[in-house]
Design a protein around this ligand. Sequence first.
Ligand code: SF4
Ligand code: SF4
Length: 72
Amino acid sequence: MINILKKRVDETMPEVHLDQEKCINCKTCIRTCPMGVYKEESDTVTVAAADECIACMGCVAACPTGAIEVIE
Ligand code: SF4
Ligand code: SF4
């Protein structure tokens, strides 16, 4: 039963991908995300809490370089 529930959660959880090659560290995604998914670490923006993502697509729309992909 626990395995079934875990599988359901995994299937419905969005995936957040940040392409470091395209990222210019503008931090717009950090400011835009209502769920605190992104954070800055050693001058690099990273996906720190992908499991909090609600797939609002705000970061995808706001990123100036197209570095972010969110897959529902
Ligand atoms: S908005 Fe895009 S370019 Fe700016 S820090 Fe986030 S991922 Fe990088
Ligand atoms: S889709 Fe929304 S909730 Fe998910 S990381 Fe982007 S801004 Fe945050």
